[in-house]
Unconditional design. Structure first.
Ligand code: HEC
Ligand code: HEC
Length: 411
């Protein structure tokens, strides 16, 4: 990535979105605490690092989707997300693989819809805070991701004209569409351009819904906020094992290096050398395979359906360049609520969090591809009790899932 682009990315990732409007501060402007101060077991170095992983702020604006914050659009998206009729067999909904009972993820290692996939269905939680979507980041907006599963053969396998026709042909969905966008969905014999436009709207409605799927404060967040406020009893929020795990995460285990920011993710792509499910050398090219696809996707941030085609995300996508070192890279996943969504890694290769931590500790089985694997990853050689402490810390990142109405099927 070029220096300029990196600078833009760093700016975009800059800490939580301020709650006060731009311009002179309103008298009641919420001033966020600077973060926990060092003291006791929290060394200066650790304190400086935990400040980079604050509680989640409000979801950032999405200028590419003018309906991002429309309640009516979210209601339409909510209905479609749970509706199995949007698939070839009539048996697969978004929620089949992103199940609220499993933290909006899927306990099966690999995705199974109309066919079988080669990747694990990742959590759809706090996704509105991300810039790239899916393990390889092949979508540059939340709404352009949302249209993909319909036509993916192993997911829902339903052509866009049928997706639009399903909405137009159901009185409840048709009304919801009309309320959201002020116009009815096009008729079954509509021209391809009208179908594409309505398909993009449906993606934007799903994205408006997904913006509601955020987790509440975890034990870590409560600890962070109370420490930042100078509460002398803040440490009670974490167990002894979780505090030791925190010190490892931000210290010698080096996890924060990629898992930083409010999401516990740098939003970037790395090759960890996670061994393929069936052994041998990896065949999934990850980030490398999708760069051209993002640039040519008619639903991308720069395309005719975007509401901000000259915006920052459009420029970032347009300046992507494919390089050999992207081969086998996957996006650093957020670690929020990670304890609720086994199995782990892009192909569900690891069944439990202790398995993940053991992998980082031993790098056993890691594929190296001519030493192309991330050089920051070194065998940590953690003791069994260190590993247990790290797992305990990861468990402190679980916050409440969204409840009714958004976290449940629509009534
Ligand atoms: C058959 C299972 C399946 C179905 C059905 C499905 N998904 Fe997914 N979803 C996945 C998988 C697998 C991934 C990761 C894809 C990849 O990396 O190639 C994913 C990724 C995502 C992501 C990216 C999350 C992130 O953190 O980047 C979002 C958002 C999402 N899906 C939303 C949806 C929506 C909306 C629908 C319905 C229109 C849907 N999915 C239908 C399996 C499914
Ligand atoms: C070099 C960057 C980097 C470092 C350092 C790093 N991670 Fe990761 N982490 C990733 C990436 C990238 C993935 C996804 C890899 C894949 O699927 O191939 C990942 C995946 C994970 C997952 C699985 C999440 C899921 O939803 O499947 C967990 C848990 C995790 N890391 C925890 C840790 C811990 C604990 C440490 C420190 C011991 C750590 N990571 C260090 C980049 C990193």
């Amino acid at each position: 990535m070029t220096g300029v682009l990196l600078a833009v990315c760093l700016l975009l990732q800059a800490a939580p979105v301020p709650t006060a409007p731009a311009g002179p501060a309103a008298p009641d402007a919420v001033v966020r605490p600077a973060g926990p101060a060092a003291g006791g077991w929290l060394t200066e170095q650790l304190a400086a690092r935990v400040r980079r992983n604050p509680p989640l702020g409000p979801v950032p604006a999405d200028p590419t989707n003018r309906w991002a914050d429309s309640e009516a659009a979210a209601q339409l998206g909510h209905r479609i997300f749970f509706d199995e009729r949007f698939s070839a067999s009539g048996r697969v909904a978004c929620s089949s693989c992103h199940d609220p009972a499993h933290g909006f993820s899927d306990p099966r290692p690999l995705a199974k819809g109309e066919g079988s996939g080669t990747r694990h269905s990742m959590r759809v939680l706090n996704v509105a805070h991300q810039r790239w979507f899916t393990w390889d980041g092949r979508a540059d907006t939340l709404w352009s991701q949302a249209v993909q599963p319909f036509e993916t053969p192993h997911e829902m396998n339903l052509p866009r004209a049928k997706v639009v026709a399903r909405v137009a042909g159901d009185s409840v969905l048709r009304d919801a569409y009309l309320r959201a966008f002020g116009q009815a969905p096009p008729a079954a014999d509509a021209a391809p351009a009208a179908v594409d436009a309505a398909f993009a709207q449906i993606g934007k409605a799903l994205a408006a819904y997904e913006r509601k799927l955020v987790s509440g404060p975890s034990a870590y967040d409560r600890w962070w906020t109370r420490r930042a406020a100078g509460d002398p009893k803040a440490d009670q929020e974490l167990t002894d094992a979780q505090r030791r795990g925190l010190a490892l995460f931000f210290g010698k285990a080096n996890c924060f290096q990629c898992h930083h920011g409010a999401l516990f993710s740098d939003g970037e792509f790395h090759m960890l050398g996670v061994p393929p499910r069936d052994g041998g050398q990896p065949t999934d090219a990850g980030r490398y395979a999708v760069i051209e696809r993002i640039r040519s996707d008619p639903f991308n941030a720069a395309g005719p359906h975007s509401d901000d085609p000259d915006g920052v995300q459009a420029h970032i996508s347009a300046s992507l360049v494919r390089t050999p070192d992207q081969w086998g890279e996957f996006r650093t996943p957020s670690l929020r609520n990670v304890a609720q969504t086994p199995p782990y890694m892009h192909a569900g290769q690891m069944a439990t969090l202790p398995d993940v931590v053991r992998f980082y500790s031993t790098l056993e089985g890691a594929t190296s591809l001519d030493h192309h694997r991330e050089s920051v990853l070194t065998k940590l050689g953690l003791s069994a009790s260190d590993q247990a402490d790290l797992v305990a810390f990861l468990e402190a990142l679980t916050g409440p899932l969204p409840g009714a109405p958004w976290g449940r099927p629509p009534g």
